[in-house]
Design a protein around this ligand. Structure first.
Ligand code: ZN
Length: 169
């Protein structure tokens, strides 16, 4: 295997392809407290999140993602990880995942579930936005949670975020 094949193998790991083929979180919630869409114009990925909140944080999430394998797999992993998590837990997960995308090791005390299968994305900087799309959208949805209905129609775009595509790599 040459280096490019090895990198591609690390990008499309079996766990990633499994989430892509059968994405988790395709469901109808009995109550929706927050809805938010996110777009990644760089790749054309789109995600729609519906969230049912509890007193502690997120009770359940429904996810509809149309896009490349990386964006769909990452959104599916989010759907698997988030139910039952507090807002603080989710912010910590997001931060650890973001740092992993930029080459930092994952903290030992944090269970990132299948997200570690996306580690290979860090070798493809342009795809980092694909991996982070659902997470950026989720964090903005949580931020909106207390801001009234007028905040809920905004769309999260990876273009507005300071997530740079490290062109120098
Ligand atoms: Zn993508």
């Amino acid at each position: 295997m040459n280096k490019n094949d090895a990198d591609l193998g690390a990008l499309y790991r079996e766990t990633v392809m499994d989430h892509y083929r059968s994405p988790r979180g395709h469901k109808i919630l009995d109550r929706i407290d927050i809805m938010r869409e996110g777009h990644n114009p760089v790749c054309g990925d789109k995600v729609k999140l519906s969230v049912k909140m509890s007193d502690e944080g997120v009770e359940d999430v429904a996810v509809d993602c149309k896009g490349c394998a990386i964006s769909v797999a990452s959104a599916s992993m989010l759907a698997e990880l988030l139910p039952g998590k507090s807002k603080a837990d989710i912010e910590r997960l997001d931060e650890a995942f973001r740092e992993m995308m930029h080459g930092k090791p994952m903290p030992d005390d944090l269970d990132l579930g299948d997200l570690d299968a996306l580690e290979g994305v860090q070798k493809f900087p342009v795809r980092i936005k694909c991996a982070l799309l659902a997470w950026m959208t989720m964090l903005e949805a949580l931020r909106d949670a207390g801001n009234g209905p007028e905040a809920k129609n905004e769309v999260t775009s990876t273009e507005k975020q300071g997530e740079k595509a490290h062109a120098g790599h």
